[in-house]
Design a protein around this ligand. Structure first.
Ligand code: NAI
Ligand code: MG
Length: 366
């Protein structure tokens, strides 16, 4: 059956960058006989404006039924004063929660054309291609007990780091499965030296590895040492798997290895559906960028690269994902760049749609 995609463009620059992805999806249908059954719907402030909620029940049901969801961005100043439960972000959180998207994939990839753009030394980042898998639905952000209460005459703030065996096992499996499609190497990071949950994490990852993925290379690192290694010599890693808190920090740090927010894709995966594909949501890391929205300045690459991740991880089109990433690299190498990627001495920046058109042209030539 035809692969199905739900597009939720959202707010601000979301629809602008998604329009460029639409061109690329259409290109695949016309030129590569890789057709997608695409539907579009509203999320975030755009959904609130029409339905009075940031994600309508019908949209939630559609998201559950498709092979993959592609999301732009949500939020904007217009919605900042809304009730907490109506805020645009709640639409995204509802998707993640009800689809049970427990594995957050954040690649840190350095395109050759941008090796000079990074704040780090070129030889440290050139050719970098690593993937951080962050557990997204459990851990210290959710564990009970939590709260602020009074002990004697002072206040105490409490959060609980809590992981069940099955929560660790499923995210470990996601990481091993990914590694098989990449460099066949997983590094698991925790703090087993000082945390009980870290000891369990290391045990469960080791057990899953021995029982199901013995052919994948596994190593373990304390997360603090891992942070150091990530900045010192990031190319030693392929897939890193870690908990929600450490993953939050490590993935933001890794993001800056390679440069602009406008270049960073992400995926959030859940359990396999009946057809074997994981529940999946793909989105750029950036937000709705109200400061540049509506001006044709947004870099569409993060959203385009999110679609490349969908090709690779939902639709088993690894070769096409490689082709799309190579097209992006080629466009950057030609000096066609949006304003966020400009350096001193560069000429006029490309607009959002010029960037998208250039990627299509590079695909045509590939
Ligand atoms: P942001 O990511 O929207 O923007 C941060 C800075 O990066 C801005 O200067 C922006 O112009 C720039 N930028 C972001 N994406 C870019 C792109 N594709 N091309 C060129 N420049 C880009 O984060 P900010 O400003 O903190 O939040 C703005 C709104 O977005 C807020 O309402 C926030 O809640 C929401 N947000 C939504 C996210 C999501 O939908 N997943 C994630 C982060 C923020
Ligand atoms: Mg973060």
């Amino acid at each position: 059956s035809t692969a199905s995609l739900l597009i939720l463009a959202g707010d601000g620059i979301g629809p602008e960058v998604m329009a460029e992805v639409r061109k690329i999806i259409d290109w695949y249908g016309a030129k590569r006989d890789l057709a997608f059954d695409v539907s579009e719907d509203l999320v975030g402030g755009a959904a609130y404006d029409v339905h009075g909620v940031p994600l309508a029940d019908e949209t939630m049901a559609k998201a559950q039924a498709v092979d993959a969801v592609l999301l732009g961005a949500v939020g904007g100043p217009k919605y900042d004063t809304l009730d907490f439960s109506l805020k645009p972000e709640r639409g995204l959180l509802r998707l993640r929660k009800e689809m049970d998207l427990f594995a957050n994939l954040r690649p840190a990839q350095c395109f050759d054309a941008l090796a000079d753009f990074s704040s780090l030394k070129k030889d440290i980042v050139a050719g970098l291609d690593i993937m951080i898998v962050r557990e997204l639905t459990s851990g210290v952000y959710f564990g009970e007990p939590r709260g602020i209460h009074k002990e004697g005459n002072e206040r105490v703030g409490i959060n609980t780091q809590r992981y069940t065996e099955s929560e660790i096992a499923r995210v470990a499996r996601s990481a091993f499965e990914l590694a098989k499609k990449r460099g066949n190497k997983v590094c698991s990071m925790e703090k087993a030296n000082v945390m009980e949950s870290g000891i369990l994490w290391r045990d469960v990852v080791t057990e899953i590895h021995a029982a199901e993925y013995a052919d994948v290379e596994l190593s373990h690192m304390y997360a603090d040492a891992g942070a150091m290694q990530l900045v010192r010599a990031p190319k030693q890693f392929d897939v890193i798997v870690t908990d929600n808190l450490f993953g939050d920090l490590l993935s933001d740090a890794a993001a800056m290895l390679t440069g602009s927010l406008g270049m960073l894709p992400s995926a959030s995966l859940g359990l396999p559906m009946e057809n074997g594909r994981p529940k999946a949501l793909y989105e750029p890391v950036h937000g709705s960028a109200p400061d540049i929205a509506g001006q044709g300045k947004a870099n569409p690459c993060a959203c385009i690269l999110s679609f490349a991740m969908a090709l690779r991880y939902s639709f088993d089109q690894g070769a096409e994902a490689d082709r799309l990433e190579a097209a992006v690299n080629q466009v950057l190498a030609q000096g066609i760049r949006t304003a966020d990627l400009m350096q001193a001495g560069d000429t006029a920046p490309a607009s959002t749609s010029q960037m998208g058109d250039a990627v299509i042209a590079a695909l045509d030539a590939s």
